[in-house]
Design a binder for this molecule. Structure first.
Ligand code: ADP
Length: 396
C-alpha cells in the first residue's frame, strides 16, 4: 500500500510517498515559499533530484504540484494517483481530545480546529494542508497523527503546573509535550533492537534537534516530557530559551521597552544556543568556533549539554531507574561530542560510554560498553515512517 505523508507548515510543505509493505521511500520533497513565489524540490528514489521555481499562490496549488511530480512521466514514481491508498498528516496539537491517530472527517477536523488556539502557528497550517489534500483527493482516506498524542498518557502530577487549577479547567493550560511521534518511534525501536518488550523497559529518549525535547518512557508509555504547554519549555534549543524563571519575561519587557509578544519572540527566535553563543544555532558551527577558541561557543555547548543531563537525571528519578538512554534527531544522531559530554555526567547511573562506538553519525548503534548498566544508543528518528505506519494501521 502506498501512503503519502504530509507535514504542512505555514509557507512550506514536506512530503514522502512511502510503500508501507517494503517501508521504502518512493519519493520525497519539499515545497517552499508557498504564498510568496514557490519552489519545489522533488527527490524520486533512484532518479535525479528535480528542483523548480513554480508559482504556489496557495497550499492547494502546492499539493497539486506534488501530485503532478509524483505522477510525472519523467521524474514520477507512480502511474496514477489511484495508487495512493491513504494520506497521513502530521498535526502538531491535538489538545486533550486526541490520544492516538485518527481518521480525518468533518467532525474530527472541527475538533482539531478547536485546538488552534493552543498552537496558533502550527495547527491552522496543518489544517490548510489537510483541506488542500481533501479537495484534490476526495476519495482517499486521510489520517491525522498528532505530536501531542503519545504524551496523553502522562500522569496528572507530570502534566499539571503549579498554577491556579481553574486555569487548567478554563483555558486547558497544562503540559502537552511535543515530538511525540519521534519519542514513540525511538522508544519502540530501542526495545526492538534489544529484543525486549517496550512494557519491560524504562527509556529516556533525547530528541536533540533544532527543537529539542526529552521524554521519559516507562513500560512503553510517555510519563513525562520536557516541552510543555508550548514547544518553548524544557531544554536550551537552537534558538529557543527553554526553561527560564517566568519573572524574567516582564523584567525584559520593562528593561528593553518591548511588548510581552516581542519578549516571547526573543525567547523563541533569538535565544538558546544562538543567543548564548552570539554565533550560530547550528552545533557544527559552534564546534568549529569553539575549536578556534571562541569562548561563547563553548559556553553554549556546555549549557546545552548540562540541561540535557538535568532532564535525564530527573527522569531517572521519576521512573525510579532507567534501562536505556536513546539519542535521536540532528544533534542526537550526528554529534558524538554532545553525546560524550552528556554521558560524562552519568557515571552515577552505572553508564559507561564506549568512545569508539560513539564515533558514529546517523546510524543505529549501541554506544555504551558491554558492561554498562544502562544501554546508551543512537537511533535515527523516522517520523514519516511512523506516520505512515499509524496511517496504514487505521486505514486497513
Ligand atoms: P529540526 O527538525 O528541529 O529542525 P533537526 O533534527 O534536523 O532539527 O536538527 C538540526 C540540527 O542538528 C542542526 O541545527 C545542527 O545543530 C544539528 N546537526 C545536524 N547535523 C549535524 C552534525 N553532523 N554534527 C553536529 N550537529 C549536527
Amino acid at each position: 500500500m502506498k501512503v503519502l505523508v504530509i507535514n504542512c507548515g505555514s509557507s512550506s510543505l514536506k512530503y514522502q510517498l512511502i510503500d508501507s509493505d517494503s517501508e521504502q521511500v518512493l519519493a520525497k520533497g519539499l515545497c517552499e515559499r508557498i504564498g510568496i513565489d514557490g519552489r519545489l524540490t522533488h527527490r524520486p528514489a533512484g532518479k535525479d533530484k528535480v528542483e523548480m521555481e513554480v508559482p504556489m499562490p496557495n497550499h492547494t496549488e502546492a499539493v497539486s504540484l506534488v501530485l503532478k511530480a509524483l505522477t510525472d512521466k519523467d521524474h514520477g514514481v507512480i502511474g496514477s494517483l489511484s495508487e495512493i491508498s491513504a494520506v497521513g498528516h502530521r498535526i502538531v496539537h491535538g489538545g486533550e481530545k486526541f490520544n492516538s491517530a485518527t481518521i480525518l472527517n468533518d467532525e474530527v477536523l472541527k475538533e482539531i480546529e478547536e485546538c488552534n488556539d493552543l498552537a496558533p502557528l502550527h495547527n491552522p497550517a496543518n489544517l490548510i494542508g489537510i483541506n488542500a489534500c481533501r479537495e484534490l483527493m476526495p476519495n482517499v482516506p486521510m489520517v491525522g497523527v498528532f505530536d501531542t498524542a503519545f504524551h496523553q498518557t502522562m500522569p496528572r502530577v507530570a502534566y499539571l503546573y503549579g498554577l491556579p487549577y481553574e486555569y487548567y479547567k478554563k483555558y486547558h493550560i497544562r503540559r502537552y509535550g511535543f515530538h511525540g511521534t519521534s519519542h514513540s518511534y525511538v522508544s519502540k525501536r530501542a526495545a526492538e533492537i534489544l529484543g525486549k518488550k517496550p512494557e519491560d523497559l524504562k527509556t529516556i529518549v533525547c530528541h536533540l534537534g533544532n527543537g529539542a525535547s526529552i521524554c521519559a518512557v516507562k513500560n512503553g508509555k510517555s510519563v513525562d516530557t520536557s516541552m510543555g504547554f508550548t514547544p518553548l519549555e524544557g531544554l536550551v534549543m537552537g534558538t529557543r530559551s527553554g526553561d527560564i524563571d517566568p519573572a524574567i519575561i516582564e523584567y525584559i519587557a520593562r528593561k528593553e521597552n518591548i511588548s510581552l509578544t516581542d519578549v516571547i519572540d526573543v525567547l523563541n527566535k533569538k535565544s538558546g544556543i544562538q543567543g548564548l553563543s552570539q554565533e550560530s544555532s547550528d552545533f557544527r558551527d559552534l564546534h568549529a568556533a569553539a575549536a578556534k577558541g571562541n569562548v561563547n561557543a563553548q559556553i553554549a555547548i556546555d549549557v546545552f549539554s548540562y540541561h540535557v543531563v538535568k532532564y535525564i537525571g530527573s527522569y531517572a528519578a521519576v521512573m525510579n531507574g532507567v534501562d536505556v538512554i536513546a539519542f535521536t534527531a540532528g544533534i542526537g544522531e550526528n554529534d558524538p561530542i554532545i553525546r560524550a559530554n552528556v554521558m560524562g555526567y552519568l557515571n552515577y547511573l552505572g553508564t559507561e560510554l564506549d568512545p569508539v562506538k560513539n564515533d558514529c553519525r546517523g546510524e543505529e548503534r549501541i554506544i555504551s560498553t558491554d558492561d554498562s548498566k544502562v544501554v546508551a544508543m543512537v537511533i535515527p528518528t523516522n517520523e514519516e515512517l511512523a506516520i505512515a505506519r499509524e496511517t496504514v494501521a487505521l486505514v486497513k
